[in-house]
Design a protein around this ligand. Structure first.
Ligand code: ADP
Length: 456
């Protein structure tokens, strides 16, 4: 029937047959004249054809088109339109369908933008993300998560979380989030290659908006390695400071107690003890001063006090004491400075760099050694170079030499009165000047420290 109606010719033939049949059946009892009968039937047929054609053109055909447009929209093609301008119900239908198509098109663009934004955020966040449904199946893992554990989304999506996430902390977090229906936090460590990282994992239960029932959980994993390292450094620092302070204090207390017990009758011993107490308190003072210097350099709002420095004048203040110390140790100390060298920097801090470097050079160079302080400049920077022929530093220790309280030879450093903070201070001063420090050293051959400071 549907096929018959598709072709106009079939339609008319069928119509003619039907009309003839029905009209013939009705008229047959009233007329015997076949011509009249035929004429009536023909007129009948023409009226019906005209009526049907009118119905087809004005209603059936537009309705077909409207159905096709809706079909296209159903497939997601929101640019499909249905135009019918007659003032009847079909005209109204066309306005409604086109407006619906426009709304759906806008809605789909908005939805696409939002989907893309969400996907960009999920993929580019610095946190690992895992989305799990209420049955425990994984629906999403993001790029950060994959960089931690390797594989691709298809190795995780569609699997039960406990089948593919090996770490127990994941199982505990999901189970706790489901059980308590509130955010759960845990910490764990994980190796990526040979490096150990620390992570915090937060399990966030997700609820259905309509009935408030649990529909899954999101696991957010973030890297807390830096924080952990800082925490460790802080603990180490407190332990180191306490240790460094305890040594001179114990010594002072011990000698003071002995003096109190024995009295001051044996003046020679008493003098010796007092000298030790004096030296130890001196060491204590130096340690506290250096700690204060470091903490000032680390202050957030630390400001350099910039002066135009005349290097010759600056060196004059310090050379005398170092020449004397070098002479005492039979060390040849030469100071070579570029003529009329001037630059802008924090005078006291630059002085401290030179003092600390020369101090180390004298402390770690044995008798008959040689030390040179060289200061030259280029257009942009000043180069401070301190070279000694001392004990040198082994290659493994060089990267750690700027850490606070790091000493290659602990006993030797303490004997020289070193606090283990000298190079840490130098490094900080160089950093706040936006400069650069390098060390070259060879055990038993000597050490050269290069400091480059920008000419401001
Ligand atoms: P210290 O007060 O112990 O000298 P520093 O921070 O100045 O502390 O130096 C750290 C460590 O680096 C020293 O304990 C020493 O082992 C090593 N060091 C520094 N400078 C030299 C040098 N010129 N020659 C050999 N070793 C050095």
């Amino acid at each position: 029937m549907k096929i018959l109606f598709k072709k106009p010719l079939n339609r008319y033939v069928l119509l003619f047959l039907l009309t003839t049949l029905f009209s013939g059946m009705i008229l047959l009892p009233f007329t015997e004249n076949i011509i009249i009968l035929f004429a009536v039937l023909s007129i009948n047929f023409i009226i019906l054809v005209v009526f049907f054609q009118f119905l087809f053109t004005n209603y059936i055909k537009p309705l077909n088109k409207a159905t096709k447009t809706l079909g296209e929209m159903n497939k997601g093609n929101f640019s499909a339109r249905f135009h019918h301008s007659s003032p009847n119900i079909l005209g109204e239908l066309s306005i409604k369908i086109n407006s619906l198509a426009r709304h759906l098109s806008e809605f789909s663009i908005q939805e696409k933008i939002q989907r893309e934004q969400l996907s960009t955020i999920i993929e580019n966040t610095e946190n690992g993300l895992v989305l799990i449904d209420e049955k425990g199946y994984i629906h999403l893992v993001n790029r950060k998560f994959l960089t931690m554990y390797g594989g691709g989304p298809r190795n995780y999506n569609g699997y039960l979380y406990y089948e593919v996430l090996e770490h127990n902390v994941y199982h505990d977090t999901v189970q706790q989030a489901f059980l308590y229906e509130k955010n759960v936090k845990n910490e764990f460590s994980h190796y990526i290659g040979i490096d150990k990282f620390y992570f915090e994992i937060v399990g966030v239960p997700v609820f259905n908006n309509n009935n408030n029932r649990l529909k899954g959980a999101i696991l957010v994993i973030h890297d807390i390695t830096e924080m952990k390292k800082l925490e460790l450094m802080r603990k180490d620092f407190v332990a180191n400071v306490s240790h460094e302070l305890r040594t001179p204090i114990t010594s002072i207390r011990g000698f003071a107690e002995t003096l109190l017990d024995t009295g001051l009758k044996d003046t020679e011993t008493a003098n010796e003890f007092l000298k030790i107490i004096y030296n130890e308190s001196d060491r204590l003072q130096l340690l506290i001063e250096e700690l204060l210097t470091l903490s000032k350099l680390e202050e957030e709002n630390f400001q350099l006090v910039l002066h135009q420095i005349n290097v010759e004048e600056l060196i004059k203040d310090i050379t005398t004491s170092f020449q004397m110390r070098a002479k005492d140790k039979n060390i040849d100390l030469s100071i070579v400075i570029e003529e009329n060298l001037e630059f802008k920097a924090d005078k006291d801090k630059v002085k401290q760099i030179i003092v600390n470097l020369l101090d180390n050079a004298i402390n770690y160079t044995s008798e008959l050694g040689k030390i040179t302080l060289n200061m030259t400049s280029t257009k942009d920077e000043v180069h401070i170079k301190v070279t000694d022929t001392g004990i040198g530093i082994d290659q493994e220790s060089i990267p750690r030499i700027f850490e606070r309280f790091y000493r290659v030879d602990k006993a030797r450093s303490r004997n020289t009165g070193g606090t283990g903070l000298g190079l840490a201070i130098v490094k900080h001063i160089v950093d706040v000047h936006d400069g650069k420090i390098e060390i070259e050293s060879e055990v038993d051959q000597g050490t050269t420290v290069h400091v480059y400071l920008p000419k401001k």
